[in-house]
Design a protein around this ligand. Structure first.
Ligand SMILES: Cc1cc2nc3c(=O)[nH]c(=O)nc-3n(C[C@H](O)[C@H](O)[C@H](O)COP(=O)(O)OP(=O)(O)OC[C@H]3O[C@@H](n4cnc5c(N)ncnc54)[C@H](O)[C@@H]3O)c2cc1C
Length: 455
């Protein structure tokens, strides 16, 4: 039998495509080599957010609860997908035989050949494990083993101050571990605005999370449980070391046999996930464009429409996807940071408004000392270029600005929005109103800047 589509990988991206196509009556083969739900359900979002949430409560064995919730969801998703109409589920490892055929080696080792019109590669990524001389395997953690620990480590060193590293630093610190973060760069969350990194560093210091920047972990001495850094410093009493230093795309698919171009960052695609081979698509963590569950889902949904309705042309651009980091406070961003915007726009073409949450009535009632909403827009027009929020509920608040950015809603329009009183999102209105007043008060200057400094 020839399938309409083979989907490789039953994670966030692959499940979205398989379910969407099945609902539209297309015959799909879905291949998964490990666990239904992929990284998000099994080793990513679900266990990490459960841990972060429960670390704030009085649950005694948080890690056991994390596994329980994860297993329950995984079982549900597995049963659901195996019974889905129009979807043949294959447990095994897939690889290309040619552009329209794949071999699946089942868990019992038996091979099966599948033929298809389209292929969707949704194989995700895996952790990059940092090599540290002398570090025993039993002391090495990744996001795939972190939640399997029977108890929280006494002293956890996290290599990498990115999103995963930061979330786990705050989570495990709240669970009582001593936590130290080591990063080769000069600040945490280095793709965020520097104000976010500064705020998180202050919070880390406040909570007793130690940190070392501009250095790397070099070697470990088991007898003294000491981790030595390249800058000459030593960290003592280290139980476990979590590698949170980036991801590697899963490309072990014999892509050459289908002629799919790829590099060490994954498979390059156009906005709808199409690779250099027109009927082969790559979505989610495997491509250059996505690093989140919500972006993987969205890429999947957009692709389903194109695959199921072939007369719809592959045209249009991908939206800006927000990011949210579930630290304390949460930080969320949509659109590029200022340093990236400055590669396209002269500084004079950009207007930045920042409102501190403590200057909102809700922030005052909550006693907030930290947190802000920052919006970069074009001068005069108020077209939003990007926004960053650091707030207890930043992950919820960013959606309004995501909608505005992706739909050309300007700061003039946002300034007219009426929020229930008092909410932290009022900071978005305050920032928008401040832009409007500033622009009206200095109109000739703003008009000149707009015309003179157009990119
Ligand atoms: C600790 C952590 C926390 C995270 N938290 C968040 C969060 O809060 N919010 C968020 O949006 N994102 C979060 N992410 C990122 C998110 O998990 C990923 O972006 C998302 O899971 C990517 O989905 P995917 O479908 O591309 O890949 P995956 O979910 O990884 O799925 C790929 C699947 O393909 C299978 N596979 C691979 N190769 C083959 C093959 N050859 N044959 C058969 N099967 C194969 C794999 O076994 C896997 O199940 C987090 C990630 C981590 C590590």
């Amino acid at each position: 039998m020839k399938y309409h589509t083979i989907v490789v990988g039953a994670g966030s991206a692959g499940l979205t495509v398989a379910v969407g196509l099945s609902k539209l009556g297309k015959r799909v083969a879905l291949v998964e080599r490990r666990h239904v739900g992929g990284d998000c359900t099994n080793y990513g979002c679900i266990p990490s957010k459960t841990l972060i949430h429960e670390s704030k409560g009085d649950e005694k064995d948080v890690l056991a609860l994390v596994r329980l919730r994860r297993d329950h969801l995984r079982d549900e998703e597995t049963e659901w997908i195996q019974n889905l109409k129009n979807v043949d589920f294959h447990f095994g490892q897939a690889r290309f035989l040619g552009p329209n055929s794949m071999e699946v080696i089942g868990v019992d080792g038996s091979p099966e050949i599948l033929r298809t019109k389209n292929v969707v590669l949704a194989t995700g990524s895996r952790p990059r494990v940092v090599a540290i001389d002398g570090l025993p395997a039993a002391r090495t953690l990744t996001n795939e083993t972190m939640f399997e620990q029977k108890s929280t480590p006494e002293h956890l060193v996290i290599v990498g101050g990115g999103v995963i590293g930061m979330e786990m630093a705050f989570g495990f610190r709240r669970l009582g571990s001593r936590v130290t973060v080591v990063d080769r760069g000069e600040r945490v969350l280095k793709v965020s605005e520097p104000a976010v990194s500064d705020l998180l560093l202050r919070r880390m210091n406040h909570l007793g999370i130690e940190s070392y920047f501009n250095t790397v972990a070099e070697d470990y001495e088991e007898s003294s449980k000491t981790l030595r850094l390249r800058n000459g410093k030593s960290i003592t009493g280290v139980d476990k070391i979590l590698s949170a230093a980036g991801r590697i795309p899963n490309l072990d698919l014999d892509l050459e046999r289908a002629g799919v171009i790829h590099d060490e960052r994954g498979v390059p695609t156009e906005a709808f996930g199409r690779t250099n081979i027109p009927h082969i698509f790559a979505i989610g963590d495997i491509n250059h464009r996505s690093a989140f569950t919500h972006s993987a889902n969205d890429q999947g949904r957009r692709l389903v429409k194109k695959l199921a309705l072939p007369f719809v042309p592959f045209k249009g651009k991908e939206p800006y996807y927000p990011s949210a980091t579930f630290t304390d406070p949460e930080v969320a961003q949509v659109g590029p940071s200022l340093s990236t915007l400055l590669k396209t726009y002269p500084a004079q073409a950009i207007h930045t408004e920042t409102v501190m949450l403590k200057d909102t009535d809700r922030g005052y009632t909550m006693g907030l000392e930290e947190g802000f909403v920052m919006i970069h827009s074009r001068v005069l027009t108020g077209e939003i270029l990007s926004a960053t929020i650091a707030a207890p509920s930043a992950g919820e608040m960013i959606s309004l600005l995501t909608f505005a950015l992706n739909n050309g809603v300007t700061l003039y329009k946002l300034a007219e929005l009426v929020f229930p009183y008092p909410v932290l999102s009022e900071a978005i209105k305050k920032a928008s109103s401040a832009f409007v007043f500033h622009t009206l008060a200095t109109f000739p200057r703003q008009a000149f800047r707009y015309l003179r400094y157009r990119p």
